[in-house]
Design a binder for this molecule. Structure first.
Ligand code: MCN
Ligand code: MO
Length: 758
């Protein structure tokens, strides 16, 4: 089954409207919670008048920060404990200031609007420049300045190597702020009954939420049930702290009724985390051939008004991946995480790695332009060869697994018909009536399968092990519980494929459950494309262990040595003796009969496995984009998009392709359309989908996808994650194409999004 494009088990329900999302869940006596969000970007709160709101019929109450003073601050990095509601001051437009509970959502929204908050304005620092200016006012009280973190990722500089390089150039690259914009915004429903609480939430890591609720409320974990039901996309933005995860349970406890919170789109666009927002200062040293000799990078990331521990540290991941697919002997990197009066930023599809891939792929194209060489040639000069794998990068602990980067590029160039495109480009340039043609390449590598604890200590729960529990039912069917919390990736299908192969049972006989802490005892969650590399291997391990138990019972039934048995059809057979066979069903039946088993045999066929990888996996590939630019309007059309991806063993080619399509769509969108921006007063300029330019079907090309399958030796399945690869590869493929189309006019860079105005 591994490698087969079987249709997804989850689609029957989702495509016929039978999915169950947080907002679908009803409870008797349900109350609705809405925030009063700050209208100011930076101000002292001088008063909150709730009288008009509480007077509205149907309103249960209005609570402000001081009403939750008893609730311990959410555990986080020491010094960065998150508050639930803004207390003395607000840090960005959209920050929750008060919470209203009413009998229905409309009344709650009306009441929230009726709450009168008075502010004493403070200077607003909506940009990095303003926040770092000498006269800037500190934004977040626990931190002395707006420079929340300044950190070298590498101990030494590369000044000597840059000095020694025959050529060098500098660039300033901007990776703008974007929004994850999942179909379903954030939602929570909490029902506190007796001495325990059930929380349904649109989260990527329910067990993490359970642990945090346990800590804040001083409750034992078994009294808390967190359920991530069907989740309508997350893209990383549903993996960080949200105050409603704690306020809804607390209000439910106080009111003795269930409380639901579901964001509107506008609330989502100002309240839930944004991603990216990095400025990168780069200096690169290279030779006349285009070989890159040294890279020096300073990253400044805008983390918004209240620091999130993930957002603050993401440039560490950017730094690790700065070398891309290339043999760059010396890299020096450092970063600054800066507070501004904007919505906080944290992980968004790729979380730190797309920013690195964008940087190095733009740099390679700049080097090519500078030398008057073809970007494909400069890539060939620098690519790490397959014989160099595993490849130790300049960063400790960052070792690339098996891959053939040059082969991916060759396949891409062939599929693009690259030389013909170059000839066509020349022809178009000479024809004033023709649209300009540009070709952009992106040979990328990204890190997936967030696992090894030592590497991920800084990011807490983003890494670590994953758990799987597998049980053979008496009828031979299989129930698998897995610790991830997928939200569109198709784990029911992919995990069942793994089990079918390892256990020798039909794919249809396997059901996979996840996302409920009462069903799955332990788990970490779905982020960092760890589904297949970490959880997939946990599931595999559980299946291997159960298959081993079954083999021993079958051997007993056949009076043979377990090592002499082979798998046949749906059972076991003594090697070379077709008559000596036993079906799995008989083995399962026997596994529940202690009197017929050897003394000491464990009853049932079941295993719980924890798997933590020793290393990450490094999906890679080569993407190519062809654009046409209208000469008179500047409008960019993506006319072709070709992907070559290597995610190691492909579990489900259709799913893997779907992941690439989705990621590439988001990457093209970042390159051409999307940007979360604020005016100088910190007011959001793109807080709804009228202003925030999500692409539509007609803005996106037909994707041409190809796979190279190089098994990773870093995990037993040989897989690399692919959930974030498309988003990592695409932005620079598009921008490189846009710049390529305009290069003969002297254009060296176009900032994202490459709008007609730009
Ligand atoms: N797959 C495969 N073979 C591989 C690797 C993956 O067939 N070698 C397929 C499998 O079917 C698997 C899927 O791709 O179910 C994704 O697996 P993986 O790459 O391991 O990633 P995760 O399951 O951990 O998913 C997380 C990843 C992340 S981090 C973001 S962000 C993201 C993404 O997935 N958010 C998504 N894809 C998304 N897709 C949807 N629909 N919605 C989101 O919010
Ligand atoms: Mo993610």
């Amino acid at each position: 089954m591994i490698g087969s494009a079987v249709p997804r088990k989850e689609d029957a329900a989702l495509l016929t409207g039978r999915g169950t999302f947080v907002d679908d869940i009803q409870r008797p006596g349900l109350l609705h919670m809405v925030y009063v969000q700050s209208t100011e970007a930076h101000a002292l709160i001088t008063g909150i008048d709730t009288s008009a709101a509480t007077a509205l019929p149907g309103v249960v109450g209005v609570w402000t920060a001081e009403d939750f003073a008893e609730l311990p601050a959410r555990p986080s990095v020491p010094g960065l404990e998150r508050h639930y509601l803004a207390g003395e001051k607000v840090h960005y437009v959209g920050e929750p200031v008060a919470v209203v509970v009413a009998a229905d959502r409309y009344t709650a929204a009306d009441a929230a609007r009726a709450v009168e908050v008075t502010y004493e304005p403070l200077p607003v620092m909506a940009t990095l420049e303003a926040a770092l200016a000498p006269d800037a006012v500190p934004i977040f009280a626990p931190l002395p300045g707006n420079l929340a973190l300044e950190q070298p990722v590498t101990p030494d500089d590369v000044a000597a190597e840059l000095d020694a390089a025959p050529r060098r150039l500098r660039a300033r690259l901007v990776n703008q702020r974007v929004a994850g914009a999942p179909m379903e915004p954030y939602g929570v429903l909490a029902d506190w009954v007796g001495n325990g609480v059930t929380v349904w939430a649109t989260v990527q890591a329910p067990h993490r939420v359970r642990a945090e609720i346990a800590q804040v409320f001083g409750l034992a974990r078994h009294l808390i049930r967190v359920v991530a039901p069907d989740v309508g996309g997350a893209f990383g933005v549903k993996s960080s702290f949200m105050p409603e995860l704690f306020l809804a349970p607390e209000l439910s406890r106080r009111l003795g009724r269930p409380v639901k919170f579901v964001e509107t789109r506008r609330e989502h666009m100002t309240h839930t985390y944004h991603g990216r927002d990095q400025v990168q200062e780069v200096e690169v040293g290279f030779d006349e051939n285009g070989a890159i000799l040294a890279l020096d990078v300073t990253i400044t990331v805008n983390i918004g008004g209240v620091p999130d521990p993930v957002g603050i540290g993401l440039p560490t991941l950017t730094s690790y991946m700065l070398g891309g697919c290339y043999r760059i002997p010396k890299i020096a990197a450092r970063y600054r995480s800066v507070l501004t009066n904007t919505t906080p930023t944290a992980s968004y599809r790729g979380a730190g790695r797309p920013e690195a891939s964008f940087l190095i792929e733009r740099v390679v194209d700049l080097v090519a332009l500078e030398l008057g060489k073809d970007p494909a040639e400069v890539r060939k000069v620098n690519l790490i060869g397959p014989e160099q794998m595993p490849y130790q990068t300049p960063f400790e602990g960052i070792v690339y697994d098996e891959a053939d980067y040059p082969a991916a590029l060759e396949l891409l160039l062939g599929e693009l018909d690259y030389d013909a495109l170059r000839a066509e480009q020349e022809r178009r340039r000479a024809d004033p009536g023709a649209r300009l043609l540009g070709v952009g390449l992106s040979t990328f590598v990204e890190m997936a399968g967030f696992g090894p604890t030592p590497l991920f200590e800084q990011f807490g729960y983003l890494g670590g092990w994953e758990s799987a529990n597998l049980r053979l039912q008496p009828d031979g069917s299989v129930i698998v519980l897995v610790g991830t919390a997928p939200h569109g990736q198709g784990h029911q299908t992919a995990m069942a494929q793994i089990v079918a192969d390892e256990l020798g049972v039909p794919f249809e006989a396997v059901s996979v459950f996840y996302g409920d802490t009462a069903v799955v005892q332990e788990g970490i969650g779905t982020m960092g494309s760890r589904g297949m590399p970490v959880a997939g291997n946990a599931v595999r391990q559980a299946a291997v262990e159960v298959a081993d138990q079954a083999r021993r019972i079958a051997a007993h039934l056949l009076e043979a040595d377990p090592d002499d048995l082979v798998r046949v059809g749906d059972g076991f057979q003594v090697k070379g003796v077709p008559d000596a066979a036993v079906p799995l069903a008989a083995v399962v039946e026997r596994s529940f009969k202690p009197h017929l088993l050897p003394e000491g045999t464990r009853l049932g066929l079941e295993s719980t496995a924890y798997y933590e990888p020793k290393n990450l996996s490094y999906p890679s590939g080569a993407h190519g984009c062809v654009v046409e630019i209208e000469r008179d309007t500047g409008r960019v059309h993506v006319v072709r998009y070709v992907c070559v991806d290597d995610c190691g063993t492909v579990i489900n080619p259709m799913n893997a392709r779907g992941q690439v399509h989705g990621g590439v769509a988001q990457g093209i969108a970042q390159a051409l359309f999307e940007k979360v921006s604020f005016d100088a007063e910190g007011r959001p300029l793109a807080a709804s989908l009228e202003e925030y330019m999500l692409p539509g079907m007609l803005d996106l090309p037909r994707y041409e996808t190809h796979h190279i399958e190089t098994r990773s030796s870093f995990n037993p399945l040989g897989v690399k994650g692919i959930g974030e690869a498309g988003a990592t590869a695409a932005p620079q493929a598009v921008v490189n194409a846009v710049v390529d189309a305009l290069a003969h006019l002297g254009v060296r860079d176009v900032e994202m999004p490459c709008t007609p105005e730009r």
